[in-house]
Design a protein around this ligand. Structure first.
Ligand code: NAD
Ligand code: DAU
Length: 342
């Protein structure tokens, strides 16, 4: 089996590459990644010499390059992680989100049509469902929840999902989609909530909580997400959407306080800053379908996963310190330098 994994130098994609090489020692995993600011080749150092692994630096929007790779590798499966993934960046510069997340998806699916494929899997997000109110804890996102997006990021992911379903209906492309909640774990880029707070707390820098910090996210340890995708590409039904999440809802402020506690840092580092524009209040996945059809359940509890994650960041300081001392520093200054305290 040959699997093309796009975006495999990013957070979830790299964890998926490691997971698949370990779980299926007879599979060939080809990682295609543009190496944007979020892609990091050093993340893949441990598998670069694995004979079952190949890395190709390529933009998913590059049709000729993608077609050539399909000619060379004749993939059985494509798993598309490649995307612009950060909501705050999408609010600043929406265009690249539309290009990569929608048009890139189209280029990949066109290659799948042209060369034939057993499965095209689109890694999507619970953000396509919009948000839920805080005063209705009984409500959850199911696969039937209407698409209702808030940010340019989520709109671009929703656009891609619609296109994937259109390619299935119109061209009979064998597709599946997974819509997962917030992931955390090793190799999470330090612009996202959990790694940003760990890095700042370790440096005794302010911990910038948007608004009151009451927004709720449904956190999933990244390896549980990888296992879900592995199950979907092998056993999931073509043309179906699967929600992935583990009833692990936490308020942002509680996560930041927990990180302070685990690192022995004072909560006085917490600073409430101007809120994100259009900020979604609550995400919460109903994972009944993937549980009943494919037997998937999350294995890592948040209390255990957050400890493992913090430990990983303590043991891999060089990985994230290199990132925060590079181009990312300009981004951080831009995003937080002028952000008013509230
Ligand atoms: P990430 O930003 O850490 O990594 C994205 C990767 O894609 C990077 O390696 C980057 O170089 C690559 N990439 C970007 N544009 C590309 C292009 N045009 N061509 C080729 N490669 C390109 O993202 P992530 O957090 O690992 O998310 C991966 C996928 O999972 C995304 O599609 C995202 O929407 C989805 N998702 C993420 C989460 C989460 O909590 N992080 C949850 C649900 C779904
Ligand atoms: O739900 C899945 C989504 O989760 C994925 O589709 C996205 O790719 C991924 O980035 C993530 O989106 P969020 O916007 O939920 O993640 P982020 O880590 O950016 O923010 C989590 C929450 O923390 C959100 O309510 C905003 C808040 N926040 C974030 C940052 C970076 C802060 O309060 N302060 C911060 O500095």
């Amino acid at each position: 089996m040959v699997i093309i994994v796009t975006g495999g130098a990013g957070f979830i994609g790299s964890n998926f590459v490691f997971y698949m090489l370990k779980k299926h020692s007879n599979y060939r995993i080809v990682c295609l990644d543009k190496l944007t600011y979020a892609g990091n080749l050093s993340t893949l150092a441990s598998v670069m010499d694995n004979p079952n692994f190949r890395f190709v630096k390529l933009d998913i929007c590059d049709r000729a390059g993608v077609n050539q790779l399909f000619e060379e590798e004749k993939p059985d499966v494509v798993v598309n992680f490649a995307a612009e993934s950060h909501v705050d960046r999408s609010i600043e510069t929406p265009e690249i989100f539309l290009k990569t997340n929608i048009l890139g998806t189209q280029v990949l699916m066109d290659a799948c049509r042209q060369y034939g494929i057993q499965r095209y899997h689109q890694v999507s997000t619970d953000e396509v469902y919009g948000d839920l109110p805080l005063n209705r804890p009984d409500l959850f996102f199911t696969e039937e929840t209407p698409i209702h997006t808030s940010s340019p990021y989520s709109a671009s992911k929703a656009g891609a999902d619609l296109l994937v379903m259109a390619y299935h209906r119109t061209y009979n492309l064998p597709v599946t989609i997974s819509r997962c909640s917030n992931n955390y774990g090793p190799y999470h880029f330090p612009e996202k909530l959990i790694p940003l707070m760990i890095a700042n707390a370790l440096a005794d820098k302010p911990l910038p909580v948007y608004g009151e910090g009451l927004n709720v996210r449904d956190w999933l340890y990244v390896e549980d997400h990888c296992r879900a995708i592995d199950l979907i590409i092998h056993k999931g039904k073509v043309g179906e959407v699967y929600n992935v999440g583990g009833h692990n809802e936490m308020k942002n402020i509680d996560i930041v306080k927990l990180i302070c506690k685990e690192l022995g840092k004072p909560e006085s580092l917490i600073v409430h800053v101007e809120d994100r524009k259009g900020h979604d209040m609550r995400y919460a996945i109903d994972p009944t379908k993937i549980h009943t059809e494919l037997g998937w359940l999350p294995e890592t509890k948040f209390e255990e996963g957050i400890k493992k994650t913090i430990q990983w960041y303590l043991e891999h300081m060089e990985w994230w310190q290199t990132i925060i001392s590079g181009e990312y520093r300009n981004y951080y200054e831009k995003m937080y330098g002028n952000r008013a305290e509230v």
